[in-house]
Design a protein around this ligand. Structure first.
Ligand code: G1P
Length: 292
């Protein structure tokens, strides 16, 4: 079984649910307490053993490349002021040279199209997809749990979780078969999927929560470039096609997901990360209590 070494991070979306905040700042660069949303997700990927991140960007998102590059002017200014601890902080999120690549999604045709844009850099090996606006608060991290499940069953493995009451139509929803032993009922065969089902038609209440381990044959399915729900090329539709040929499993991962694509979700993520912060958590708690 090939190890999962690479991850695709599609970030080119317009962020329509969080305008105007995402007008001049890429959505994934919006702050979650102490660093951009995307930096939290890259850290989750590194903790799961990811060695190469393929970030699928759109126009006007060069702030992402700058964030993950050395800030020479900033660092030399900090050095001249003797602020070595700040230099260490700004370097903490940087990967080794060559461990992050950027691909342009030239047209906003949907999530499936964004993932397909990474095909040349992924090549012929299993890979992860991480949707960076879904921030996972979990120990071990969300992707690490998924990779552990993949190492047990192989094939394709998708993280899922219960959808909030009445919200299944906003997501991809899975249908499940038999549970896999040894995972406390949390890992099960997938028998079907549907993207954004009409209210009342969903096959379960479990939604696809933004972390995937996929086999490279998904790119053959994505190459067909057929539009699905919402007129977009959907990753879920390509997975449905691959389900005829390869096993898929769903892992109900152990943790909490914050959907940072809308203002309230981003606020919840900020508060959750603040309260757990090793140095600033106590001050954040006191400030929040004072406000309430
Ligand atoms: C995408 C996926 C969907 C998944 C969701 C999680 O939808 O297509 O299956 O449940 O992400 O956030 P989108 O949020 O792009 O509409």
């Amino acid at each position: 079984m090939k190890r999962v070494r690479k991850a695709v991070l599609p970030v080119a979306g317009l962020g329509t649910r969080i305008l105007p905040a995402a007008k001049a700042t890429p959505k994934n660069m919006l702050n979650v307490f102490d660093r951009p949303m995307l930096a939290h997700v890259v850290a989750e990927g590194r903790a799961a053993g990811i060695e190469h991140f393929v970030v699928v960007v759109g126009r006007g998102q060069s702030a992402i490349e700058d964030y993950f590059d050395r800030g020479f002017e900033l660092e030399s200014e900090l050095a001249s002021r003797g602020r070595d601890e700040l230099i260490a902080q700004v370097r903490a999120d940087l990967l080794a040279p060559g461990q992050m690549s950027f691909v342009r999604q030239m047209s906003p045709l949907g999530l499936g199209h964004a993932v397909w844009c990474a095909r040349e850099l992924i090549g012929d090996e299993p890979f992860a997809v991480m949707l960076p606006d879904m921030l996972m608060d979990a120990t071990p991290g969300g992707l690490a749990q998924l990779v552990a499940a993949y190492e047990a069953v192989g094939g394709n493995v998708i993280a899922v979780e219960p959808a909030p009451e009445g919200e299944a139509h906003k997501y991809g929803i899975v249908a499940l078969g038999a549970a896999v032993s040894g995972f406390d009922g949390r890992l099960a065969e997938m028998t079907g999927m549907v993207e954004k089902p009409a209210p009342g038609t969903q096959p379960s209440n479990l939604f696809i929560s933004g972390r995937y381990v996929l086999q490279p044959q998904i790119f053959e399915r994505l190459a067909a470039q057929e539009a699905g729900a919402g007129g977009e090329i959907q990753l879920t539709d390509a997975m449905i096609g691959l389900l005829e040929r390869q096993p898929f499993h769903a892992l109900t991962y152990d943790g909490v997901t914050y959907d940072c694509g809308d203002p309230v979700g981003l606020l919840r993520a900020n508060v959750a990360v603040a309260l757990k912060h090793p140095d600033l958590g106590a001050a954040a708690r006191a400030a929040l209590l004072a406000l309430l």
